[in-house]
Design a protein around this ligand. Sequence first.
Ligand code: HEM
Length: 493
Amino acid sequence: GLYLLGVFRSQRPNEPPLDKGIIPWLGYVLDFRKNSSEFLKKMQRKHGDIFTVLIGGYYFTFVMDPFCFGAIMKESRSKLDFRSFASKLVLQVFGYKPIKASQSTMHALSMKHLTGDGLNLLTKATMGNLQKLMFSKPSSREEERPWQEDSLFHYCYNIVFRAGYLALYGTESHRGVDNEEEANERDLIHSNQLFNEFRKYDRLFPCLAYSMLPPKDKLEAERLKRFFWSTLSVRRSCQKDNVSGWISDQDQFLAENGVPEYMRDRFRFMLLWASQGNTGPTAFWLLLYLMKHPDAMRAVKEEVEKVLRENGHEVKAGSPPTDITRDMLNQTPLLDSALEETLRLVAAPLLVRAVLQDMSLEMSNGTEYVLCKGDRVALFPHLSVQMDPEIHPEPHRFKYDRFVNPDGTKKDFYKDGKRLKYFNMPWGAGISICPGRFFATTEIKLFVFLMLAHYDLELVNGEEEIPAIDISRWGFGTMQPVRDVHFRYRRRF
Ligand code: HEM
């Protein structure tokens, strides 16, 4: 028992500094849970760029030196395993138990459908959905362009979620209803209901992942899980049109490998989370930063208008919502930089690997450490890279052109005079890097393109401060604000 509580563990030669905290077994779990970023900052000040801390029965070695990231991300799976940690979380949070053999095929299927020609199809579908969602209300007479007010976080999350969901999970079949309009109407209603339930789950997510839900919320989380398993189920999906290859091929692969139907329903819920949980919040922050920084808004808007003009899409009174292609999205270095800058500020994943055999790790100052079998290695790039003032001067400021040179090429970043490979890591890295990053970028850019091309936007309160981030969500991807922000929009022409 004492051994399990970690009482006998001490730092051996060549191991990173060890800090077990004062509570046996639990170690620093409460400090970590309360504010992971503050806790890690404190530990980094105390121990330096590598340290091992006890958190809820597990020893986590945090590596804060970005020059070691490559070695960790590229280490063979026989030494550092990404799956075992992720599998436990996925089972706890989505009820899904991954099968062993599936990973490389699943990855290949994601690459097939979320890049290249597959991405072209998804871009078209998302574009169509955004047009339906954003311009479905008949516009009032042209000379009247009333302002509409909304909450920015809710507005962005709602629209981007629904456009992405309908593109991936398919739309109402026209055959089942009398006409196309009715099918579209049903899609709009259904996707809105799904979003509202998703937000309820989203709010419970951090406590659920830490197994810290109070009993009432636990019941609610169970109810929501069942709702999603059933709403996204294989059976219901058969009645839909336009289900993406990303969903259908992965499902077919699982079915061929003997995964039962109820487990495949759960898998779909997990994919919904992975694909929709970060994109909407990122779109929110990007639009908010643009609204708070008029120089950035002006530059990005000019770029958007130039691309539209050069591709023969002048937006004027009465023109239908613009069709934006992938080709057009490739001509926007300033918008790309503004998006990357947004992700630098608000994306904060925790990247964890289990150590399967003792292995050595060399730091950039030449010191070598042993990482112990059974421990976990963790990276938190938000703190160690994205907010490092040496890499990104004035790290708390939004600088829309931080990542781009005046000639449109990408900037390089340095630390200690050496060029960095990992200077922004919103998508993770290595084998577990987000396979949806190109689609996510496309969705956000399509949404922002349409917003800027068709609407005037302003904050209801021009003096509004940028809201603080909700610190309970460190480690789970894009951060969310503690409160929403009111804004208004109206047709430009
Ligand atoms: C702004 C939006 C997004 C952000 C910031 C984001 C970020 C991430 C991160 C940090 C990871 C985990 C990497 C790791 O643990 O090493 C991840 C995994 C994943 N993401 Fe994304 N993601 C986004 C959007 C998407 C979209 C749109 C899709 C799909 C259409 C997607 C699909 C996935 C999948 C399937 C995984 C799991 C990969 C695996 O287990 O190997 N993501 N994402």
